[in-house]
Write a protein that binds this ligand. Structure first.
Ligand SMILES: Cc1ncc(COP(=O)(O)O)c(C=O)c1O
Length: 387
């Protein structure tokens, strides 16, 4: 019997990383020594202090029941303390913070909470595919804003037709940016807040990488005067603390937006395991011991890989933030052709730039999630290829 999935899937290409994973598995099955620079998943384990906190919390039966409402009060308080120290922004733990099951879930549920059928959402491209997917699922219409080297990977709000701006409900932003590795400037965030205020648009700023910067510090849009009037920011423990599998993050900012997301969430999930929230609280408490050494490691990797590629004639702007390298493909090749050649002939997995949206054509994305020696090996393999 045919059981076709709902029509809402028809706008979506196959989920990008699932396709790459299939190819990676084929290369491994063929016995190749694969260097995986594909998906952004830290290779270092979650720090022990966080694992120990989880074990202790899991032994406490009071963590075993539904984690309803807006999450563990101690976690929200810790997030507020972190935010004050890191960004000098005061957040009310009761009304301006809401724990999420990683940031991805928050991004997707946010669209259901605020996007009506037919609403425009302004989506930067290339981008994390969830902004596009969540918009479609909610019945919205994405209007793309190109991020290119020419515009320094910032959307140009002056190019948006005022009629579209009037119909727009949401402006998606993501800084530090995946896949381009770009950090937001204060001037850009100020421009975004002014644009959103003028057209009464919500800003959904995906801040999954705010703690992964080399040339920072990365800003929160909530630091910008008026930011809290229009913005919700999604943060994540995933990459900062090597906790991708744990599913811990939070939304914060404008209280109406926080409440709307919470209302949506209360209808579709029943919170994050309280033991995970306690462990995430401990992660934030130990930020100073955990995060700077991790970032020093990624910086070393970035320098080895990007300098190595540059030395063999490739064009790459070392990322200012995130662990992604956004690399120009060789002349005469498309993103997909380059990715396939790298897999087939060098057994290196990257992601074709056009998979993040049309303006990503001409690039591949490589992630710094293997040890430095493997990155040096990857450069050696690439050097031997004939283009
Ligand atoms: C830009 C961006 N936002 C959000 C996420 C989701 O991360 P998580 O749900 O683990 O917090 C990712 C994951 O790769 C990402 O690249």
């Amino acid at each position: 019997m045919p059981f076709p999935v709902a029509d809402r899937f028809k706008h979506l290409p196959p989920y990008l990383f699932a396709e790459i994973d299939k190819r990676k598995k084929a290369a491994v099955a063929a016995g190749h020594d694969v260097i995986n620079l594909g998906i952004g998943d830290p290779d270092t384990p979650t720090p022990k202090v966080i694992i120990d906190a989880l074990k202790e919390a899991a032994d406490d039966p009071s963590t075993h029941q539904y984690a309803l409402d807006n999450g563990d009060p101690a976690f929200r308080k810790q997030i507020a303390a972190f935010f004050k120290k890191r960004f000098k922004v005061e957040l009310d733990p009761e009304t301006e913070i809401y724990p999420t099951i990683g940031s991805k879930e928050g991004l997707a549920n946010f669209a259901f909470a605020f996007v009506n059928p037919g609403d425009i959402t302004l989506v930067p491209e290339p981008c994390y595919p969830v902004y596009r997917g969540a918009t479609y699922f909610a019945g919205g219409v994405p209007l793309y804003m190109d991020l290119t080297e020419e515009n320094d990977f910032f959307p140009d709000f002056d190019r948006i037709d005022p009629r579209d701006a009037k119909r727009a409900k949401v402006l998606w932003l993501n800084y530090p940016n995946s896949p381009t590795g770009k950090l937001a400037t204060k001037a850009f965030f100020e421009k975004a807040v002014a644009f959103a205020k003028k057209h009464e648009i919500i800003i959904l700023q995906d801040a999954a990488y705010t703690e992964m910067f080399f040339d920072g510090p990365a800003l929160s849009i909530l630091e910008i005067p008026g930011g809290k009037d229009v913005a919700l920011e999604l943060h994540s423990c995933s990459k900062t603390f090597s906790m991708t599998g744990w599913r811990a993050g939070w939304a914060c900012g404008n209280r109406e937006l926080v409440a709307g997301l919470g209302r949506m969430k209360s209808n579709v999930d029943s919170g994050i395991f309280t033991a995970v929230q306690r462990a995430a609280t401990v992660a934030l408490q130990h930020y100073d011991e955990i995060v700077p050494p991790l970032m020093a490691m990624y910086k070393q990797r970035r320098d080895t890989f990007c300098n190595g590629l540059k030395a063999i004639g490739w064009k790459v702007r070392p990322p200012e933030a995130t662990f992604y390298c956004w690399i120009r493909v060789p002349q005469g090749y498309t993103s997909t052709q380059t990715t396939m050649k790298l897999i087939d002939e060098a057994h290196i997995i990257t992601v074709p730039g056009n998979g993040f949206g049309a303006p990503g054509e001409g690039y591949v994305r490589a992630t710094l999630t293997v040890p430095e020696a493997r990155l040096a090996e990857a450069v050696d393999r690439i050097k031997k290829l004939k283009w």
